[in-house]
Write a protein that binds this ligand. Sequence first.
Ligand code: TXA
Ligand code: MG
Length: 344
Amino acid sequence: MDTKVLKPTEENIRYAGSLIAAGQLVAFPTETVYGLGADARNGAAVASIFRAKGRPGDNPLIVHVSESGEILPLVSGIPAQARILMEHFWPGPMTLIFPRSDRIPDEVSAGLDTVGIRMPSNPVARELIRRSGCPIAAPSANRSGRPSPTTAAHVYEDMNGRIPVILDGGPCEVGLESTVIDARGPVPVILRPGGITPEMIRAVAGDVRLDEHIMAPVAEGERVRSPGMKYRHYAPEARTVIFEGTPEKVIAEICRRYDAEQAAGGFPAILGFETHDYGGRRVLSLGVPEHPDEAAGRLFAALRELDTEKRTLALCEAVSLEGIGLAVMNRMGRAAAFDIIRIE
Ligand code: TXA
Ligand code: MG
């Protein structure tokens, strides 16, 4: 199959919508990352997403809608806290867990009695959903285990030959996947941090909790509330280690390990802030420490770059856990299998 990369003109979005309506797959931009979409009501079409990605069948997909009203046939109720969050943060980078209706095929919910739904803010995504005439089930458009794609070129790298069309909407605004929230109880629980931060949620819902697995690995056989948390994710070929502590000491330790790796015949790289002086060593920039949204926007491209450059060791600077920094550290942590070293 030849994969076409198309500009999101009105005509091309209409064409992509007709492919989805006919049971085919289309990759499309959202404000978070690129998605790989199929008609969410069509079990066979959804099954082909799992094949294209090489995704484990027990990991459920998020359903995307273009208007809040479109969730009504998909859910069996709207919990009170979920309603508040929808009103404040949709359209935008937030997925809510709802009790599902029987209109959701098992392929989407992976056997759970719930469904994750979000209304993206990206205008191309919204228009594609409208043109398709159906809710769109879409995971991130990467091969399973690779970092989520934040450009059409990343999608092409992973999906060339596997899907008919990629809509190229340019780089994604946020750069990390949506915040996944279970708001069925009195206090919303964040299952996966993202662009809608704990601080933002607390401000409208009164309180918020973080799932215990956000900054910790999942043990073999342990039950989790969000199946995606179990899988090794975003991991580059390079051994990846994170350093936190006083900047001067972190920089010195990273330089020491970089030079040791090189002396041993390895090929290291640094994921660090561009305001820090690494003396000409290879640095993939996370922007500046005061703006964790820059690190969010750059992290996945940097992790892909490590593989492209065939690096053997990635030495990463930790980002502050405030705001979207929590989401950055969750993804970086998983890339590093939570190998985080504190330097006082
Ligand atoms: O920003 C995003 O959310 C992107 C764009 C394309 O919308 N999509 C995305 O999908 O990241 P995916 O499939 O790569 O990640 C979905 C995550 C997984 O960790 C999955 O386990 C969790 O959401 N999830 C989906 N449905 C769930 C459910 N019913 N209950 C608990 N977790 C769920
Ligand atoms: Mg994904």
